[in-house]
Design a protein around this ligand. Sequence first.
Ligand SMILES: [Zn+2]
Length: 472
Amino acid sequence: MQLYNSLSHKKEEFIPREPGKVSMYTCGPTVYHFAHIGNLRSYIMEDILEKYLRFTGLDVKRVMNITDVGHLTSDGDTGDDKMLKGAKREHKTVMEIAKFYTDAFFADCAKLNIKTPDVVVPATTYIDEFIKVISSLMEKGYAYEAGGNIYFDTSKLDKYYVFGDFNEEDLAVGVREGVEEDGNKRNKADFVLWFTKSKFDDQELKWESPWGLGYPGWHIECSCISMKNLGEYLDIHCGGIDNAFPHHTNEIAQSEAYLGHEWCSYWFHVHHLNTNSGKMSKSSGEFLTVSLLEEKGYDPLVYRFFCLQSHYRKSLVFSWENLDNAKTIFDKLIAKIAPLTAEAAGEIDQAEFDRLKTQFDEALGNDLNTAMGITALYDVLKSKANAATKLALMGEFDKVLGLDLIKKAQEKNAANEAPAADIPAEVLELVEQRKAARKEKDFALADQLRDKIAALGYEVKETRQGTEINKL
Ligand SMILES: [Zn+2]
């Protein structure tokens, strides 16, 4: 497939290092609060990438961390400790907060049909591994101790700003936000590998280390968890675009300094979800979660569909109106698939199946063009292929799209067939008489019966899915 690589700033042919196998790493959530749907956009698109790679026959191993220690409110090691902040807010321990929000995260993912990665590692379970790698960085001269903390020395690298589009000016952002600069750093871009002097008196989680009692910085966890589970070469690293700098930049710095060679070949970044007032965050505006979508009556998969309608490298604007539009289109799509599930007898036309599948494959294979993938789905519905072929293709595409297309179509059929419990028997009887009249092509009688039904307060309609009865 063609995949855009943030390192080279262009689309490249994706070639895994080991033929047939893909190693994939995803930055997981910091579990101090619910994920907002902007974070979840990244996880949806990463899920599509994983599922598409599997669709093409590759064997994917995917690893994700859970940040339950060490992440400060600024990604550049300043501000409050996010986990402590969550614990204080809810009067719980840090580990209770971590457990609760880890479960909440995976519950949201399940509702959005996001597959759980093969390996999930909470950072607090890998402390020995962090200490091992930091010790090695110290020995190799890439790290130094100052003011009780261990820092990575970015001046030791030939090139630190590997993504090119971020530079020293971005580091000034933290200062502009009124956060004090760390005087222990030798270079502005240096970052913490291990804290021993916590500025937070009530730091709950601390571990013994060669440098004293302390806890790891945020960036080191991803490098260590990836290298330990996926080896010293990584095919694809994914995350939201806001993680490219400083987080991913720091991951590359410390991993390559430790390994002594290049580490990850392809960097996959998903762009922001914005609201009309700017980038979505937990602190500004309405806190949009999967639960809020459900409270407002939206199926979480409508949000997944909404995300798939646009490209992952474009910012996407969320509004309730935009989500409503996605819902309308999604409902219509399911209504088009529903009759297929009822009449899908017959043989699959293999030539037609292959032709239409190729269209979908080409769309997704072009830097994961999900919008074109959905167009390919409509092309199937419009095609002259028989119902069995169409339905088989829906099932095939849905392995990647994850929209429960066939299940929803079947549910729609079942809902149409089952008489609603609160419809009076008198109305149901008239509906049956009308069905019989229509079968006999006695449309005058059918119309009279429809009027009688209307007089009782109900509307009867014939649709492709069957007879619909609605209260007037
Ligand atoms: Zn990470």
